[in-house]
Design a protein around this ligand. Structure first.
Ligand code: UGA
Ligand code: MN
Length: 363
């Protein structure tokens, strides 16, 4: 059958239009199909799945704000103290081994932000006993009230670095307070797992679920450690055959403080295990005192192929310059804010800091 060239042109054009419209419809369905099937959102709810508790908190907060606008002189920190600092709550799951997490901390401008970050991570982990052990001459009120308001299962401990180390250039940071945590665990725990979680790290929740089943000592990679970017056991065919770390320094176990967990029943079989006040050798000394061999180490994070902990660290901040007291600031929210700012117990912001700040502004 002969087809005229015009007929062929017409047919191919029709075919072209059909192909384009089918493709466009598929694309539209792919893009918006799932959204179209969603039921309309209630007026007071967003598409984000905000927990109901958080919504209630938000409504209460709005009411408070309205009240404060109507009665601007009624500012008081006690109104703030009523706020719970955590929504959700510590979950308790029957049958799951508990995690005893020891966090050494000390008063400084970054303390509450660091503790907030760590607390909110742990809120997502079941059966946690969080031992917050402070290196300070007296409890820091902002810290103890944060812990009291938290729905986490917390234990506040305090132990200062011995005076003889305080003067040293390189200090054994967090050792005295970790040891206080260790003593608490020895006296109060029978099962589960011990983990040293410094306050300046970032934790992927999956590492907590894996360390929960530690039989003796488990290990895993820690990111952002030394110029190598990671500190990790070297694993071949499921066995630890060495360590990759930027500072081996004759250590038998060259690992980071955040890179290992210990079974509590196993720890209790080692009554003399302790952490030395030797800068750089705290981890090695502690693990050696547990009397294990490389064959005992359980590599986690899928044979140490995942980085699920980072030594993030936080930029150091100086003490806040005091808020000027004048008719612009007084009788406002700044009366409350000034109580939240970090003040160096040895004095407020130095003149050099102020100079630096002005320099920054100019540049
Ligand atoms: C790491 C180890 O965690 C320290 O035990 C060790 O002394 C140090 O390396 C080292 O070998 O030099 P690092 O990350 O360098 O520590 O120090 P920080 O993060 O400042 O301190 C570790 C932990 O101890 C933190 O949780 C911190 O809040 C706490 N800390 C720090 C104290 O409790 N007291 C202090 O004076 C300083
Ligand atoms: Mn650190």
């Amino acid at each position: 059958m002969n087809k005229s060239p015009r007929m062929i042109r017409f047919k191919s054009r029709v075919l072209g239009v059909m192909v384009v419209s089918v493709a466009a419809t598929t694309l539209l369905l792919l893009l918006f199909g799932s959204t179209l099937r969603l039921p309309p959102a209630p007026a007071n709810m967003s598409f984000l799945r905000v927990p109901l508790r958080a919504l209630n908190d938000f409504q209460q907060q709005q009411q408070r704000q309205q009240q404060q606008q109507q009665h601007p002189n009624a500012f008081s920190s006690s109104a703030n103290a009523q706020e719970s600092c955590t929504s959700g709550g510590a979950q308790r799951v029957e049958g799951l081994p508990p995690l005893y997490i020891i966090t050494p901390t000390y008063p400084r401008a970054e303390q509450i932000p660091e503790i907030t970050r760590t607390a909110q991570t742990l809120l997502n982990v079941a059966n946690v006993v969080w031992l917050v052990s402070e290196d300070a001459p007296a409890p820091t009120p902002a810290l103890t009230s944060y812990l009291n308001e938290s729905s986490l299962n917390t234990v506040y401990l305090r132990a200062q670095m011995p005076a003889k180390y305080m003067k040293a250039k390189n200090k054994p940071r967090g050792v005295a307070n970790r040891l206080a945590g260790l003593n608490w665990v020895r006296a109060n725990a029978k099962e589960g797992v011990l983990y040293f979680a410094d306050d300046d790290n970032t934790y992927d929740l999956r590492i907590f679920e894996q360390m929960r089943w530690t039989k003796k000592v488990s290990m895993f990679p820690v990111g952002l450690v030394t110029k190598l970017g990671v500190s990790t056991p070297i694993v071949r065919l499921g066995k630890v055959v060495g360590f990759y770390d930027g500072w081996i320094a004759n250590r038998k176990f060259p690992v980071d403080m955040a890179g290992f967990a210990v079974s509590v029943p196993f720890l209790l079989t080692r009554p003399n295990a302790t952490m030395p006040f030797t800068v750089g050798y705290e981890e090695d000394g502690f693990i050696k005192s547990l009397g294990i061999t490389s064959a005992d180490i359980e590599p986690l994070a899928f044979n140490c192929t995942k980085i699920w902990v980072w030594h993030t660290q936080t930029k150091k901040n100086t003490a806040a310059v005091p808020i000027a007291q004048n008719n612009i600031t007084m009788g406002t929210n700044l009366d409350v804010i000034k109580g939240l700012l970090w003040k160096d117990p040895k004095g407020t912001a130095t003149t050099t800091t102020k100079k630096k700040e002005t320099k920054k502004k100019k540049s």
